[in-house]
Design a protein around this ligand. Structure first.
Ligand SMILES: Cc1cc2nc3c(=O)[nH]c(=O)nc-3n(C[C@H](O)[C@H](O)[C@H](O)COP(=O)(O)OP(=O)(O)OC[C@H]3O[C@@H](n4cnc5c(N)ncnc54)[C@H](O)[C@@H]3O)c2cc1C
Length: 432
């Protein structure tokens, strides 16, 4: 096996096209303040161009209309898409629809329930339906084993009761994939399942979109909102089960692995954009008789940001490569590492870019303030940083055993070395 950091020329050409297309066709849309429905109309011709290039819904396997690119190439593509919040939707892989499509595809393969393909999966892929992923509860987030939402089988139906929040796009979704306890007698890892719930089902109450740091103004039914939802005796057909009973956590793991790699690469696209703004300002603004670029603090920011972004990029591409080579489970530590490291880099680079612009950076005249508010969430969603650190530390520490004396204790090692090399040491002594 060869070590190689280059991208094959044919694929590099696709990436070049994506870069040009995103910057010239998608960036300008950011400034127009379009409603989501209007935006969807406006981007249709752009989406067609993406389809014509064979880049639509690239995260999916070829049999579902995706490119079968593998995680490394997908990562490189997401780095470009992440430069603008509109990139993913123009390329047919915006969250949570992209992850939900993958979940449904995996679930159909596992259960053989083909009816879900035309009912849910295909409309999601075509962009004619929207979805939400409803797992987090006010009392169960970082530790999803505390989920209390239940789904009880009753004849040929499930009856669902529970309270969720932060279901992204829940208030504009056509259906929700709900994580619920279906067998309370076993550990949640074996006792939870995912079930498709159409939002119009009686008993589904979309309480509100929770106003957040991303969007502090109360809205309802807005794309990108995070919905609080009550499920009260919600009856859906048994066949709405995704995969098999008790597979909820296994499915969640399969969905989250690649999703995290794509998140991290999109964060790198955002970081790069903030970094470019930082550097542009450094060479443009003079204060106290010199350019900002000539001041050591600013030089430190440039140097540290570039090193951090390069490290995050290599870590992420390595995680992607490992996932392609040996699977998500074996790449668990690498995926967890990039989640917290990448989120930290994103946050730090944007913060420095805000700072170097002074009041302008704080204002809405630049996209930095919005990028900054969105970046803060990256340290929380998809599992908070601390939980991923626990995973990395636990897995790493499994490789170590307790000792009475540290392995590197010099006096102990010296005594062992003297004994081991006694014959040579004796001769050496005699020589002198
Ligand atoms: C923008 C955004 C979008 C989201 N979208 C969705 C979605 O679409 N669907 C969905 O189901 N959920 C979604 N979530 C919810 C998200 O997954 C949860 O917020 C996340 O899992 C953390 O759960 P929690 O908020 O309940 O925090 P808690 O579980 O209350 O944890 C709070 C804090 O405690 C600390 N902590 C927790 N566990 C440990 C530990 N083991 N060791 C050390 N410290 C620890 C961490 O600092 C953590 O931030 C979204 C969240 C955000 C912010």
């Amino acid at each position: 096996m060869a070590w190689d950091f280059s991208t094959d020329p044919e694929f590099e050409e696709q990436l070049d096209w994506m870069r040009r297309f995103v910057r010239t066709e998608v960036y300008p849309l950011e400034t127009l303040g379009l409603s989501y429905d209007r935006f969807l109309e406006v981007i249709k011709p752009l989406q067609q161009q993406v389809k014509d290039r064979g880049l639509w819904a690239s995260h999916l396997p070829p049999e579902l209309g995706g490119g079968g690119f593998g995680q490394v190439r997908l990562g490189l593509m997401h780095e470009i898409l992440g430069e603008t919040p509109y990139g993913p939707v123009v390329f047919g892989n915006n969250a949570p629809d992209s992850g939900n499509a993958e979940l449904l595809a995996i679930g159909i393969a596992s259960s053989g329930r083909e009816s879900q393909r035309s009912r849910w999966l295909e409309p999601l892929l075509e962009g004619t339906m929207r979805s939400g992923f409803s797992m987090t509860e006010p009392g169960a987030g970082a530790d999803p084993t505390m989920i209390t939402t239940t789904a009880v089988a009753d004849g040929d139906a499930w009856v669902i009761d529970g309270h969720k929040w932060f279901t992204t796009n829940g208030s504009v979704a056509d259906f929700l994939i709900v994580m619920a306890v279906t067998n309370p007698d076993v550990h949640p890892y074996q006792g939870c399942s995912m079930i498709v719930v159409p939002t119009r089902t009686p008993g589904v109450e979309i309480v509100r979109d929770v106003a957040t740091m991303e969007d502090p103004v109360e809205h309802f039914g807005k794309f990108g909102g995070h919905a609080e939802i009550r499920y009260r005796e919600v009856r859906v057909p048994y066949e709405n089960l995704v995969g098999k009973e008790g597979e909820g956590f296994v499915l969640a793991q399969q969905r989250l692995g690649p999703g995290r790699i794509h998140h991290c690469m999109r964060w790198l696209g955002q970081s790069r954009r903030a970094f470019d703004m930082l550097c542009e300002r450094a060479v443009s603004r003079t204060t106290h008789h010199s350019l900002l670029a000539e001041k050591q603090t600013i030089q430190n920011w440039v140097a540290e940001s570039l090193a951090e972004m390069t490290a995050a990029r290599l870590m992420t591409l390595y995680a992607a490569w490992k996932m392609d080579a040996v699977g998500a489970s074996a790449a668990r530590v690498e995926i967890a590492m990039i989640k917290y490291y990448g989120a930290g880099v994103l946050y730090n680079v944007i913060d420095r870019a805000v700072q170097i612009h002074g009041a302008l950076g704080f204002s809405t005249d630049l996209p930095l303030e919005s990028m900054y508010r969105h970046a803060r969430a990256a340290r929380i969603y998809d599992g908070p940083d601390e939980v991923h650190k626990v995973t990395v530390a636990r897995q790493t520490l499994k490789g170590y055993a307790p000792v009475a004396v540290p392995s590197e204790h010099v006096p102990t090692r010296r005594a062992e070395a003297r004994e081991r090399f006694a014959h040579l040491l004796g001769e050496a002594t005699a020589d002198h």
